[in-house]
Design a protein around this ligand. Sequence first.
Ligand code: SF4
Ligand code: FES
Length: 385
Amino acid sequence: MVRQASGTAMSALLPPIGMLAELTHRCPLQCPYCSNPVELLKANRELDTAAWLDLFEQAADLGVLQVHLSGGEPTLRRDLEQMIARLSARGVYTNLITAGVGIAEGRIEAFAEAGLDHLQLSFQGARPETTDRIGNQRGAHERKLETARRAVAAGLPLTINAPVHRHNIEQVPEFIELALSLGAERLEIANVQYGGWALINRQALMPDREAVMRQAEIVEAAAKRLAGILNIDFVTPDYFAIYPKPCMGGWARDAFMVAPDGTVLPCHAAHTIPTLTFERFGERTLADIWEDSPAFNAFRGTDWMQEPCRSCERREIDWGGCRCQAMAIAGNAAATDPACIKSPLHARMATAVAEAQAAAAAHDRNAEFVYRRIGGAVQAEPEKA
Ligand code: SF4
Ligand code: FES
């Protein structure tokens, strides 16, 4: 018995529902907002096919109902069809999260035949020049359009994912039109979360408050207007919020992730918490890690909480927000997420926004990205005025 039904750390634990499998860190794109760790793993560190298949079997045994196949770019794994087929055979819902460039002829159809349930395709911009610049690949936008058409033709339900930041926030109405034109069922307007590479690029990516407010109004109106036609999900921007999101639905509560080398983590930025040690699949079973890993138990439930979370009426709504954001901004993973208005450090979020605005004004919007890259960072060319 795992997952806690309510507050205490170890009582009435329930099984996990979801798993994010980061199959590889390799990716043909180099988005500066990437949530992957800054220290990316090379191909020779990835689990092999047999290990992933064993892991998926154990996940299904443990009770996992949904697996999100992600990366990096998961389609770079030549064994992806095998993985989908194995999960499908176990009745696990599969969602492929792809950047949608360079997928060989016939493969999307093969994924569908293997039993893929859903495809989520990211667009860095609603305009070709934006997609190509943010992803740092010429022609990427056109390739993504082609991937969307092939997915729909193969009968796969399609979600368009739009990671939103300063350089594309004004394109939200165009993202909506794009999703409609591609026959998507769902559009995710996801304000960038500042972890991993996105934290390095925070100044270059942070939008201003007026743009965030305009965007929220546009999304709200569109969601009403398009009800029954297009589902629009809105991932709110923490830096402009008064309460944090329940990151991962609460630490080790109903989901976890696996890095390309088999390291099992409560969330994608957990490795940034230096006091925690994470275990690898193969050294222990998945069930052992989920139930007994000290890192998983460190912030489970509410017993670990400090004030103001400890006595807050929202403590089982947002579970104290994001541990990794608390680490990054407060320097203490057990602190209240500074995104929360009750955090004594909440003003640091506004300061970060103000600093980003000042930097943007000084650069006349020509903020420079540090592009994601295995083995080191690359500074972008300034945007042409
Ligand atoms: Fe959530 Fe803690 Fe803020 Fe309460 S004090 S709203 S539990 S983050
Ligand atoms: Fe780690 Fe939010 S990213 S808890």
